[in-house]
Design a protein around this ligand. Sequence first.
Ligand code: PEP
Ligand code: MN
Length: 353
Amino acid sequence: MIGLQDIRPIEFPGLESGAPIVIAGPCGAETEQQTLETARALSGIGVKVFRAGVWKPRTMPGGFEGVGDRGLQWLQRVKQETGMAVATEVATIEHVRAALDAGIDILWVGARTTANPFAIQDIADALQGHDDVTVLVKNPVNPDLDLWLGALQRIYNAGITRLGAVHRGFSSAGTHIYRNDPQWHIPFELRRRAPHMTILCDPSHIGGKREYVESLCQLAMDVGFDGLMIESHCAPDHALSDSAQQITPSALEDILSRLVVRSGTPIEDELGLLRQQIDDCDHELLAVLARRMSVSREIGRFKKAHNLRIVQPDRYQEMIKARLEEAETHGLSRDFIERVLQAIHEESVQQQL
Ligand code: PEP
Ligand code: MN
């Protein structure tokens, strides 16, 4: 069977060889005016592929669920007027049919859909016989490489060879600076399994905030992604979805002008990546400590209101014992954890006071 290792890079017309492909556009097409205004500005800064979701998967009902099929006409206008290729998200058979009928050049499968093999198979079946369309598969919301590979394989099996992947990070429990945890080793393993396949990075959905977009773009270039999918809106603060992470076309122009693209074969700067992971861990540690201290202050207020002693030795001894046992199951040294816990406890008492 032909496998993912045989997938060739997607060729994007008008792109200099070696230059990263940049797909940009709003999270969602909201109005014809917003879509066209954003598209004209992006075309003006040299973007060749325009993205806009017309069907938006929202976590909660009542959010902006996209304008539906009529948004496809706005994308057609973008294509006619600017000559950019256009891309939108598809999640159902009906979406695929409508997007293909409207001549959309690139269909992308969103993270929530990639996590569902039934939905992916439906999409793959609907794509049969349309081997001129380009399909990009975002990673599943959960950090499961096999689900990602499986989705790519199902679409490849349907005859789609202009096939690529988009890394947009993974949902994670707990505190993290980014909206979606990058877990870079997962796209790297994908690269190993499909060495020639186009793999893009979506810094907007990873970062979740516009201030993280630039550093994530540079990191993506440094570790050898083939391009970027970036959310850009003519008025980001008024965007109906993902407002905090969208940037103006002019901010995108600045970011792209500063972007350093390394030539030659992609380097996977392992040390840089490991350092990035350390930074991420430290950010998490600090956020968790801040949360813990805030709970301590809450306890302090409660104890004061109920006339209780701040330090209750039995509770402290029990807690230390349980934590040390737990630490051992993680392979952490007793001595080290005892020191850390003592320091935390001392500060916690201060906070309660
Ligand atoms: C999007 O690109 O706007 C989107 C919904 O992405 P994801 O599937 O990565 O959440
Ligand atoms: Mn979005």
